[in-house]
Design a protein around this ligand. Structure first.
Ligand code: AMP
Length: 281
């Protein structure tokens, strides 16, 4: 596995692969890798000749400086697991390489980035779109892999590719979970033992809501049940629990068609903000 801190060297490596008609799969990550990330690498390896993973904690997508400072960084371990997973190259730029000038470009995705994560983290998706656009220009991948855990991010990237006519196919890979249902996330590393136990409330809320939808309960009643569930435990705080149309991410007042619905949740477990989602039908 080759390690590239510099854009020029990565491009030279890829130019040679492309000249030999080899296809390129890109897996963008912020490191602190877990088995969920490796699912993306596995998918890329099965569909492309060459897999490139990027490890870069992108400052422009953080609207909270403490979240950025405390984001877990485990580069040596990450390199070892990517090597073992059969990744061909990793791109590990620093901020000077990715942002030689202070950025002035920003993105607006209309209704797609105004609610949920976009509402709770203003500017987040603009920063994500900016760095992913840079990755697409640098790597020019045939396919790029994103996780369903960050479903709103996947929809934003899909729109970015569509509107800016990037020549890449974006793929959404199902969320990998711990045995107790908690979605794997780099931020889970920041949870204390007690918080880790409490963190199952995200997935439990989603599965309970999904069952209640199947039983025909109103969305208003379900939201109240979930709010109550969070209020009975200390040290946790529900940010949002909502149902939305899974294509346009417009919030729903009622769930009339579970097959076109997605349930989205975010909450603080101690200081750590976690998100998850589930398709109820
Ligand atoms: P991150 O390093 O958190 O930015 O994540 C990099 C990519 O891995 C994103 O596309 C995430 O959606 C995806 N990802 C994160 N957690 C999981 C998971 N538990 N299962 C599948 N994909 C994931």
């Amino acid at each position: 596995m080759q390690i590239f801190p510099k854009i020029a060297a990565l491009k030279a490596f890829l130019r040679e692969k492309k000249a030999n008609a080899q296809t390129i799969g890109l897996v963008p990550t912020m490191g602190a890798l877990h088995a969920g990330h490796l699912q993306l690498v596995k998918s890329s390896k099965s569909e492309n000749d060459i897999t490139v993973a990027s490890i870069y904690v992108n400052p422009t997508q953080f609207n909270n400086s403490s979240d950025l400072a405390k984001y877990p960084r485990t580069l040596d371990l990450d390199k070892a697991v990517l090597e073992k997973a059969g990744c061909d190259a990793i791109f590990v730029p620093d901020n000077a390489e990715m942002y030689p000038k202070k950025n002035s470009v920003s993105f607006d995705f209309g209704s797609l980035d105004k609610d949920f994560e976009g509402k709770s983290r203003p500017g987040h998706f603009s920063g994500v779109a900016l760095v992913v656009s840079k990755f697409f220009n640098i790597v020019e991948p045939d396919r790029a892999y994103f996780g369903q855990k960050d479903y709103q991010q996947f929809k934003v990237i899909s729109r970015l590719v569509d509107e800016l006519q990037f020549n890449v196919l974006v793929k959404c890979i199902p969320t990998l979970r711990e045995p107790d249902g908690l979605a794997m996330s780099s931020r889970n590393l920041r949870l204390s033992e007690a918080e880790r136990k409490k963190a199952t409330i995200l997935y439990n809320s989603l599965t309970e809501a999904s069952t209640l939808i199947k039983n025909g309960q109103s969305l208003a009643a379900i939201k109240e049940t979930i709010r109550q569930k969070w209020s009975t435990s200390t040290g946790i705080k529900l940010d949002y629990f909502e149902a939305a149309n899974r294509e346009n991410l417009i919030r729903l007042d009622n769930v009339n068609d579970a097959a076109s619905t997605i349930l989205l949740i975010a909450g603080f477990i101690g200081e750590v903000r976690l998100i998850d989602n589930l398709m109820p039908g």
